[in-house]
Design a protein around this ligand. Structure first.
Ligand code: COA
Ligand code: AMP
Length: 630
């Protein structure tokens, strides 16, 4: 079938389409139907089925004779190690950890936070939770203690599973002190912590609260897979919104399994026995869907990579891994390719490796800029598939589904909507616009299986953030257009979210941190264009009269504050002191205009600006830190 036929089949009979896709999953009890719309506009999928994620991702492959196949390949150029774990080993390790968690009182529905670097044990911890119906929430290692504390208070975990340390090329990330500080700061206290002690750092355990990974499992009875309802939350994953309070995206089990399993073949053309690699981090949605669950559901081999695209040790590391593990589909962020391209513009490192098995390169996380796509096409000689999705959706909204049909690439577009997604471009009044016209991108409800049904403990916020602006639609927060052929173009965000090196960050959250400095009266954070990272945050601060610290010191304090409060991943390195901020007469800060000035883009003088002269002051301030030079 062609893409058109598959998409039309879904449109004609969505229930039938997804019930058919559900056959790819082993159910303990078949769902009676796909869509549950009793609480519309809050929809659910496969709610009355009974199913276990870990069974589908691990055990069933052992039963089917794939026990000796490598399930997880760990590649750590930072520790110079390569290690494979078979499906049978994975089943036994996960069952043991799950048994230990259960023995300590973790049961179906309990939350468990996982704070771990890119090691196989991170996936094992996720799968162990899934095995007993516990709800995991993985927190990215690049966040600081405060961010971890916010998540502890929001999801109230019974236990936290962490590693002693993470490894960045230039330093050891001491997880344990961050974990201890977060528990100290949080109001909610977990009952216990499990610490995986890495060779590079042995952390000090808190007596009575902390257990070591191995000791904790000693002599326990392995746990069997516990069937859960299709609408039982598999996990919570926090993502940036417009404020400092992150949104806890909930993923229901049934839809998650069906959608990811379907996507592995249809989008990535991956089946049992194939080898797939997503070079992201388990702390992000890409890591959840396509390092852990997707490839394992398909019975493929997945790679867990602890390293960077460049510098660990050279810009050929991606190609070496693709060659050595005979990777068929590879997924990374455009920013990673830009980093490689900068060091290897003519593709010399690519030529050193044999990439015969590679059939396609997938890009997501931010807009794939045309230069980068062309460079990859030229040097890799395989289709380069830009695809668009969000933490909220858990899998691609728009893609080139190479397992169905390789559609012509239009550079700058993540291609076409996937079945399940009725993508519409709307004007401010919520009316669909003509092809080629710019607007807010929305998806007609219901969203497909695998997408968020709500936010954790925040249904009102879910409705307000996503459903209220355009009744009957899910508001993506992205803006752009669709062309005559139905290709989607994602051009900008409609909110204060910025994308730094493929990481989604909230400028609002950074502003909250800057505003906490005693000398700061007012502030604004914007995302300016960055050749490598896509965007980079820049802060503007106005000081209180009689500020105690010199402006240069306040700037230093601000940089340190954001690093300490949000974490190094915010990459907040630049701030300037200004006398005032450009505002409308009603007091709204003109962040968009400031971005245009920084990026040397033309802008219209906002009709409602309070005092146009301020824009000149902003330009001078930006020039002092290397922007707005055009
Ligand atoms: N734990 C602790 N710290 C982390 C971290 C982690 N898991 N990941 C990143 N950091 C730190 C980095 O060490 C760096 O700290 P520094 O300020 O002390 O140097 C900071 O966070 C910013 O990191 P990053 O954005 O990764 O920048 P970088 O300069 O180290 O590397 C790239 C630049 C482009 C190579 C890198 O960003 C990259 O590989 N990006 C791909 C992103 C990706 O896969 N995103 C997932 C979406 S699909
Ligand atoms: P995250 O939730 O961290 O995955 O970030 C999702 C956001 O990243 C989207 O809403 C977009 O703004 C952006 N994004 C992700 N993939 C793409 C893409 N292929 N093209 C353009 N923007 C993208």
């Amino acid at each position: 079938m062609s893409y058109d036929q598959v998409y039309s089949a879904w449109k004609a009979d969505p229930n039938g389409f997804w019930m058919d896709a559900a056959k790819g999953i082993d159910w303990d009890q078949q769902p009676s139907k796909a869509l549950f719309e009793e609480n519309a506009p809050l929809y659910e999928w496969f709610s009355d089925g009974m199913v276990n994620t870990c069974w589908n991702a691990v055990d069933r492959h052992v039963e089917a004779g794939r026990g000796d196949q490598i399930a997880i390949m760990h590649e750590s150029p930072i520790t110079h190690s390569t290690k494979g774990i078979t499906y049978r080993e994975l089943r036994d390790r996960v069952a043991s950890l799950a048994g230990a968690l259960r023995m300590r009182g973790v049961e179906k529905g309990d939350r468990v936070i996982i704070y771990m670097p890119m090691i196989p044990e991170a996936l094992e911890a996720m799968l162990a939770c899934a095995r007993i119906g516990a709800i995991h929430s993985v927190v990215f290692g690049g966040f600081a203690a405060h961010e971890l504390a916010v998540r502890i208070d929001d999801c109230q975990p019974k236990a936290i599973i962490a590693a002693s340390c993470g490894l960045e090329p230039n330093r050891v990330v001491h997880y344990k002190p961050l974990l201890d500080a977060a528990i100290e700061q949080a109001e909610h206290k977990p009952e216990f912590c499990v610490i995986f002690q890495r060779e590079q750092e042995v952390a000090k355990l808190v007596e009575g609260r902390d257990f070591s990974w191995h000791g904790f499992q000693y002599g326990v009875k392995p746990a069997e897979c516990v069937p859960v309802e299709g609408n039982h939350p598999a996990y919570i994953l926090y993502t940036s919104g417009t404020t400092g309070q992150p949104k806890g995206v909930v993923r229901h089990t049934g839809g998650h399994l069906v959608a990811l399993h379907w996507s592995m073949k249809a989008i990535y053309n991956i089946e049992a026995g194939d080898r797939f690699w997503a070079a992201s981090d388990v702390g992000w949605v890409v890591g959840h869907s396509y390092i852990c669950y997707g490839p394992l559901l398909a019975g493929a081999t997945t790679v867990v990579f602890e390293g960077k695209p460049v510098g660990t040790p050279h810009p050929g590391v991606f190609w070496r891994i693709i060659q050595n593990h005979r990777i068929k589909s590879f997924f990374t962020a455009p920013t990673a390719l830009r980093a490689i391209k900068r060091e290897d513009p003519t593709g010399e490192w690519i030529k050193r490796y044999k990439l015969h098995d590679l059939q396609a390169l997938f890009l997501a996380g931010e807009r794939a800029d045309p230069d980068t796509v062309k460079w990859a096409q030229e040097h890799l000689g395989v289709p380069v598939v830009d695809h668009w999705w969000q933490t909220e959706t858990g899998w691609a909204i728009a893609a080139n589904p190479i397992g169905i049909e390789v559609l012509p690439t239009k550079i700058g577009s993540p291609t076409v909507p996937m079945p399940g997604y009725d993508v519409q471009v709307l004007d401010e009044g919520g009316h669909p616009v003509e092809p080629g016209q710019f607007g807010a991108i929305a998806i007609k409800l219901p969203l497909p299986p695998g997408t968020l049904p709500t936010l954790w403990n925040a249904e009102a916020r879910y409705r307000k953030s996503y459903l209220e602006h355009f009744p009957g639609y899910y508001e993506t927060g992205d803006a752009g257009y669709m062309d005559e052929d139905g290709y989607v173009y994602i051009m900008a965000r409609t909110d204060d979210v910025i994308n730094v090196a493929g990481h989604r960050l909230s400028t609002g959250a950074m502003e909250e941190v800057l505003a906490s400095h005693p000398d700061v009266a007012e502030c604004a954070v914007i995302g300016v264009s960055d050749d490598l990272k896509g965007q980079s945050p820049v802060g503007f601060v106005c000081l209180n009269k009689g500020a105690t610290r010199a402006p240069a010191d306040v700037v230093k304090d601000c940089v340190k504050l954001v690093r300490d409060q949000i974490g190094p991943v915010a990459a907040f390195k630049l701030a300037v002191v200004v006398n005032r901020l450009p505002k409308t007469r009603s007091g709204k800060i003109l962040r968009g205009t400031m971005v245009s000035i920084a990026d040397n883009k033309p802008y219209k003088m906002p009709a409602t600006i309070d005092d146009p002269a301020i824009l000149d002051e902003i330009k001078v301030a930006l020039q002092s830190i290397g922007y707005a030079k055009g």
